[in-house]
Design a protein around this ligand. Structure first.
Ligand SMILES: Cc1cc2nc3c(=O)[nH]c(=O)nc-3n(C[C@H](O)[C@H](O)[C@H](O)COP(=O)(O)OP(=O)(O)OC[C@H]3O[C@@H](n4cnc5c(N)ncnc54)[C@H](O)[C@@H]3O)c2cc1C
Length: 452
């Protein structure tokens, strides 16, 4: 048996494990840290990310947490000489409704009491001070949110959108980044600071005075502390120490393809159609689908939040489409089975906001990439970061559809728990401790989960 001694063993080499390893070595260079991954680093869920980020959340806690993460990403962008290709054209949420009071109330709450200058309305009666997202540089973007309700202005700035769109909520501190570059930057720093990596699968964990983490190939790691950052397998790993985590896995998919027909302007921000919809079938297609028990649901009203965005920057020509409509819990496996009909479904869904996409009906390019991974999530769609009932065993997981944007803050927060530093205000709420307060959990049910 080959045995390694370490102070902290971090299990899982996705973006969350890597960020934890990076912040821990950065904050405490003398700490002996070992990062364990069963396959390649960044090859599982983290490789499937849409790589979008935003500071908008319906609850102040999640907003403060992701906003801090964005600040940490900016630090890395500067330190790495912009290697992570972070852009900031924003998130453009669109709806055919004039009445968006519900969304405005959420914005007013989550942007806090001094939000007057952060939520800017651009209706008929307002002086037009809207700054269109011409620049992709994150340094150029304004803060806050622009609310557009002037039809002419909407059509001028977003000529590609369906003319039915009546309101736009433009979240400005939002955009895209290259998460693989960010992980590589953090891994390089981790290694340079003396961090160790082991490629092997965790098969079991025991705790006596120290932890023994058993690995494949007759290896083991003896550690004072362990961090479980195993993504969709986080509950399985916790179960090795009889810890039950309140998480589930839900498979979500995306497609990407070269926009050979130039349907989407390269300068279009990440755009989301918030409205529920009936998919765009012709009469015969609709009849056929409705008569088939397996496909009947495709003629029903489907939820909103379909995404579309250009991929690869202004000079690229790919686009990405996504729609997280699946709600079925699944057991995580390494190669999840994708739905062969998904590309056609998401294309038709996205064409409601971007009618030019209709030109791809029945003729998506051959090299269309269809991929997917799990949203590992708690009921309230908040992460789990911090200590567990087993002393010395920490969790950093349940990152659902926001793990890329939250990775830096999650890695830093887990480090603060590990080093027993002063914790930020939101620490308990983002840890298992929140379940000790049933009133708080009940109160959370009033808020939208923030799944876009
Ligand atoms: C389709 C899709 C789109 C998304 N889009 C976005 C987005 O636009 N923006 C955003 O912020 N987030 C997005 N996300 C979410 C984000 O990708 C995830 O939250 C994040 O990647 C989770 O990272 P992780 O490190 O927790 O998990 P993972 O990346 O899955 O890493 C866990 C690692 O643990 C390893 N592991 C598991 N079991 C063991 C074991 N027994 N022994 C050793 N190693 C083990 C795995 O091999 C894996 O590498 C998206 C997710 C999906 C699925």
């Amino acid at each position: 048996m080959k045995s390694f001694n370490t102070e902290v063993a971090i299990l899982g080499g996705g973006i969350i494990g890597i960020a934890t390893a990076y912040y821990l070595k950065k904050r405490s260079p003398s700490c002996k840290v070992t990062l364990v991954e069963q396959n390649q680093f960044m090859a599982f869920t983290s490789a499937q990310s849409g790589e979008n980020y935003r500071n908008w959340w319906p609850h102040q806690t999640m907003k403060a947490f992701t906003e801090h993460s964005i600040k940490l990403m900016e630090d890395i962008a500067i330190e790495s000489n912009e290697r992570i290709n972070m852009t900031r054209r924003g998130y453009v949420l669109t709806t055919r409704n004039d009445d968006i009071n519900g969304i405005i109330k959420e914005l007013e709450y989550s942007y806090g009491p001094d939000n007057n200058h952060l939520i800017r309305h651009h209706g008929h009666t307002h002086i037009n001070t809207y700054q269109p997202p011409h620049s992709e540089r994150w340094q150029d973007a304004p803060k806050g949110v622009d609310v557009l309700q002037d039809k002419q202005l909407i059509q001028e700035v977003f000529p590609n959108f369906s003319p039915e769109i009546r309101s736009i909520i433009h979240i400005r501190q939002a955009g895209m980044l290259d998460s693989l570059q960010m992980a590589t930057f953090m891994l390089d720093k981790f290694r340079a600071l003396g961090g160790e990596r082991i490629l092997a699968k965790v098969t079991s964990i025991e705790k006596q005075q120290k932890f023994t983490v058993y690995l494949t190939d007759k290896q083991q790691v003896i550690a004072d502390k362990v961090v479980n950052a195993c993504g969709p397998f986080v509950a399985e790993i916790a179960q090795m120490l009889d810890i039950k985590l309140p998480v589930k896995n839900i498979l979500q998919q995306k497609i990407a393809f070269p926009d050979v027909k130039k349907a989407i302007p390269r300068v279009q921000p990440f755009s989301i159609d918030l409205d529920e919809q009936y998919l765009d079938w012709d009469k015969d297609e609709r009849q056929l689908l409705a008569a088939d028990d397996e496909f009947k649901w495709l003629t029903d009203k489907l939820p909103g939040s379909i995404h579309c965005r250009p991929e690869g920057g202004d000079k690229g020509n790919w686009i990405k489409l996504g729609w997280a409509f699946n709600e079925q819990e699944a057991k995580a496996i390494m190669q999840p089975q994708l739905d062969e009909h998904y590309p056609d479904i998401v294309l038709r869904g996205a064409a409601k906001l971007n009618p030019a996409l209709k030109s791809y009906y029945g003729q998506l390019p051959r090299n269309t990439v269809h991929y997917g991974g799990y949203y590992t999530t708690t009921e309230e769609n908040w992460p789990l970061i911090g200590e567990t009932e087993v002393e010395g065993f920490y969790i950093n997981g349940a990152m659902s559809g926001f793990g890329t944007m939250a990775a830096c803050a999650a890695g830093e927060l887990c480090t603060q728990w590990l080093l027993q530093e002063e914790l930020p205000e939101y620490a308990d709420e983002l840890s298992l401790k929140r379940y000790n307060n049933p009133d708080f959990i009940k109160q959370l049910k009033k808020y939208d989960k923030g799944i876009l």
